[in-house]
Design a protein around this ligand. Structure first.
Ligand code: SAH
Ligand code: SF4
Ligand code: F3S
Length: 487
């Protein structure tokens, strides 16, 4: 069977497992912006650097290497990076006065989109590396340490996943019992507002054997829940173990067989790629959690067309009917954009209509941000900022009402909860409900990594509070004590 660790990466990893290498170890601080894929990429970059003797630190001022893993999705996200770089430059100067060198690196989607421009705007930066070239990170860092300014923003020609060292057991354990696993990267959809097809390149699916091998490694290190990631995760396809062409539905069935993996999720899906096999997985695969992030962006057919989403509002609603027929308790989540160029009051009302028709358990909504190089930025009839603000407020009020109603509807329900980490207050543990809300229980409910049966007692603004169900055999001793509300 194909492995995702080459002999070289295995021996490097072994060196890492054996503790810090003989040479003096250096420290790396990684700050992550943007989506879950950036979180995953940051972990893989830390893994690659660990093999070179870099130890992660939470304190930026201690770091010999500061890496910002950036997001370009909206103007604000990109601008944040430059203000942060201003602060880091001062830090670099302060460390230099103490005779310590600091290498500053910019990775992620701003790196890909802006390349050399970053060095021009922020000359303290030493290296710029786009998401397609992370497998070259160790050599790029080594060149930067020798005083070169390095910009690596080629689109990948080789398989970058194959070249990234697999995470070591210790690193996986430190990250907890839930993990991300990228199965697909890039986007060919070209929605007219979006930079992702330019920053992440064309759609690429990882081969089944690589994905399964990584899932097995994660499970062996204690991971119990996997979230499969992709910019269009349900566009994933590949040759299955049976020689047939698989889609995400078949892949989920295969991953459910990995010993130790008890829960599966995936994100983000595009409505155009929700096929029958994936819908069937929601019906037939108990390990697949009943939660689906399926962005629609807008409710007006005119705007959907201008956005190049390639489906109508009605088609989206019928799709959700089919998904709910397969899995009646599924919680829907989505993304919305208000103020896309040309959006009228009537168009916006159609967005409100679709939200009312679906009833979302969770949603993310944004004001349209014109991004350089995208068709939307060139469109006439840009919507004034004040109009966007007002629409966003109305939309968010409705979405938050729905979110609260969904959470309240769970009070009294009995659920199986994967305990993930200590809560904010002593004596508490936190996990996620099948529908992804944080659930707080008393620490006596079980140990981190256990799946315990609990009853929801109360819904706060951001979390549910639950008590173990006595005698379920899943909890430890059925002790019940309600935690305090999160601040
Ligand atoms: N691949 C995912 C989304 C990636 S970006 C998908 O196709 O759904 C995450 C969200 O950011 C998008 O769903 C969209 O709602 C929002 N977004 C993307 N570009 C934006 C822009 N230019 N302005 C405002 N919001 C944007
Ligand atoms: Fe962006 Fe559209 Fe691709 Fe999602 S499907 S990443 S919104 S271009
Ligand atoms: Fe941002 Fe890039 Fe993710 S633009 S949302 S970090 S794919």
């Amino acid at each position: 069977m194909e492995q995702n660790a080459t002999p070289e990466t295995i021996s490097r990893e072994a060196a890492h497992e054996a503790g810090p290498p003989r040479t003096v170890s250096r420290k790396v601080f990684v700050k992550t912006y943007g989506c879950q894929m950036n979180v995953y990429d940051s972990q893989r970059m830390a893994d690659a650097l660990a093999a070179e003797g870099y130890v992660p630190t939470e304190a930026m001022e201690e770091a010999d290497l500061v890496l910002l893993n950036t997001c370009h999705i909206r103007e604000k996200a990109a601008e944040k990076v430059y203000s942060e770089l201003g602060r880091i430059r001062q830090l670099k100067e302060a460390r230099a006065r103490q005779g310590r060198e600091t290498v500053i690196g910019v990775a992620g989607c701003v790196a890909q989109a802006e390349g050399h421009e970053i060095l021009r705007r922020a000359p303290a930066v030493d290296l710029v590396i786009g998401p397609q070239t992370y497998h070259r990170l160790p050599s790029v860092v080594a060149r930067a340490r020798r005083g070169q300014k390095v910009v690596e923003t080629d689109y990948a020609v080789e398989d970058k996943f194959e070249h990234l060292p697999a995470p070591g057991k210790r690193a996986v354990r430190s990250r907890g019992v839930t993990a991300f696993l990228t199965v697909q990267e890039g986007c060919d959809k070209f929605c007219t507002f979006c930079v992702v097809p330019y920053t992440r390149g064309a759609e690429v699916s990882r081969p089944v054997a690589q994905i399964v091998a990584e899932a097995e490694r994660l499970a062996a290190a204690g991971v119990r829940e996997l979230t499969l990631l992709g910019q269009n995760v349900n566009a994933w396809h590949g040759e299955g173990a049976d020689g047939r062409e698989w889609g995400l539905g078949e892949l989920l069935f295969r991953l459910a067989e990995v010993p130790g993996i008890e829960r599966l999720r995936y994100t983000t899906s595009h409505p155009r790629d929700m096929d029958d096999a994936l819908i069937a997985a929601h019906r037939d695969l108990p390990k697949l959690m009943p939660y689906l992030h399926l962005p629609v962006q807008a409710g007006s057919d005119r705007i959907l067309k201008a956005m190049n989403r390639r489906h109508t509002a009605e088609e989206y609603l019928r799709l959700i009917d089919r998904i709910r027929a397969a899995r009646p308790d599924i919680a829907m989540s989505g993304d919305f954009i208000v103020g896309f160029p040309g959006e009228t009051e009537e168009d916006f009302e159609q967005t409100m209509r679709i939200v009312r028709a679906v009833g979302y358990a969770q949603a993310f909504s944004f004001k349209y941000s014109a991004r350089p190089g995208t068709p939307g930025a060139e469109m006439e009839e840009q919507v004034p900022e004040a109009v966007k603000d007002a629409r966003l407020q109305r939309l968010q009020a409705l979405l938050s009402e729905q979110q609260q109603a969904f959470a309240q509807g769970l009070v009294g329900a009995t659920i199986d909860l994967l305990l993930e980490k200590p809560g904010r207050q002593a004596g508490q543990l936190v996990g996620r409900s099948p529908w992804l809300q944080p659930v707080v229980v008393d620490e006596k409910a079980g140990a981190i990594g256990d799946i315990v049966r609990v009853r929801v007692e109360r819904a706060g603004p951001n979390s549910l509070f639950a008590v173990p169900v006595p005698g379920s055999g899943l909890g430890r001793d059925g002790a019940s004590a309600l935690g305090e509300e999160h601040a």
